[in-house]
Design a protein around this ligand. Structure first.
Ligand SMILES: Nc1ncnc2c1ncn2[C@@H]1O[C@H](COP(=O)(O)OP(=O)(O)O)[C@@H](O)[C@H]1O
Ligand SMILES: [Mg+2]
Length: 317
């Protein structure tokens, strides 16, 4: 049997189950009470509850059979805006089963060109008596003004660590997992506020073992454990360059981690070192320079080694 994807299995079905978006969910609940809603624009980074909120709202507004009143479309559908508009037309043709209106959820609306957005706006106007639109985007500034002015804006926040921790603990409980503190830390660190990513990492980890520790997370997600990163920096700064070089190669070969990700982790760890601020400033400058070179396409290993050499020269004194 293929195991269900946890992001879907644990997608909240009620507005109140959505974590960490209290300002948004409070407003949405008032629409449920009123039995009506305006057109809306949901803005924010990926994996934080935008699609979930639209679905939960529809379920609460329409109850059983809500699917018939809800159409989900993706704006970046490669077949283009005309196909999207065709589907809207088809959907809007039949009467709403309940509530007097239907909901059209358009994901990635900011992927549309200005022309396509204008076409979209005409659809919104044409079907305004039968449909409410929810447009989802990463950046509301990429949505044309005439659409913005027709929509109530909802800003979704990048999720705070405690919100992600709560949700991961909840899922771990349901799935019979145990999870150590440092495994949780590692999941929080590498999910960067994206709950979808965090849940996916948890599920990959659980496929290895039900008792999840940092090593399991690290093996499942190719995120290097912070302790290893610290060891790498400390070896270099003690002047043990050849040892740090060896560890660097182990990390890159063993974890298959990309240079850019590794340098981002090194950057984060440097600020946690117990060294004088002056040293941190110096290291931050060095890291910035080598990060740039890697992004520009220089050989990762050569650049990372050169960076460790700089650490060793400065720290070893
Ligand atoms: N705020 C949240 N509360 C609870 N679960 C969430 C939240 N945000 C994301 N998730 C989880 O991550 C998955 C993806 O979230 P989704 O709402 O599709 O993100 P997006 O903001 O990219 O539309 C959901 O199925 C759910 O499991
Ligand atoms: Mg989405």
């Amino acid at each position: 049997m293929v195991e269900e994807v946890w992001v879907e299995k644990y997608r909240p079905k009620k507005i109140e189950e959505i974590v960490g978006q209290e300002e948004v969910t409070k407003r949405l609940s008032t629409y449920v009470e009123a039995g009506n809603m305006p057109n809306m624009l949901f803005a924010g980074p990926p994996g934080i509850g935008k699609t979930t909120a639209a679905l939960a709202l529809a379920m609460e507004l329409f109850g059983e059979g809500w699917e018939a009143n809800f159409l989900e479309l993706n704006a970046s559908d490669e077949r283009g805006i005309d196909v999207v508009r065709g589907k809207i037309k088809e959907f809007a043709r039949t009467k709403a089963l309940r509530g007097g209106f239907k909901i059209i959820f358009l994901d990635e609306a900011d992927a549309l060109t200005k022309d396509a957005q204008n076409a979209m706006r005409r659809s919104m106007e044409r079907y305004s008596s039968v449909c409410r639109f929810i447009l989802s985007c990463n950046y509301s500034s990429k949505i044309i003004e005439p659409i913005q002015s027709r929509c109530a804006l909802f800003r979704f926040r990048q999720l705070r660590e405690d919100a992600i921790r709560d949700r991961l603990s909840y899922i771990s409980g349901k799935e019979g997992l145990t999870i150590t503190d440092d495994a949780m830390e590692l999941l929080l660190l590498s999910s960067e506020g994206d709950l979808r990513r965090a849940i996916n990492m948890l599920q990959s980890s659980s496929a290895i073992k039900k008792e999840i520790d940092a090593e399991v997370v690290s093996a499942a997600t190719s995120v290097v454990m912070p302790g290893e990163i610290r060891r790498l920096i400390e070896l270099a700064m003690k002047g043990e360059f050849m040892e740090s070089r060896k560890l660097l190669r182990e990390l890159i070969m063993g974890y298959g981690v990309a240079g850019e990700d590794l340098i981002a982790q090194i950057h984060r760890e440097v600020f946690r070192l117990s060294v004088p601020d002056e040293m941190k400033i110096h290291l931050a400058g060095v890291i910035g320079e080598y990060e740039f070179r890697i992004v520009e396409g220089s050989n990762e290993i050569i650049q990372l080694e050169a960076m460790l050499a700089q650490f060793a020269l400065k720290g070893g004194k």
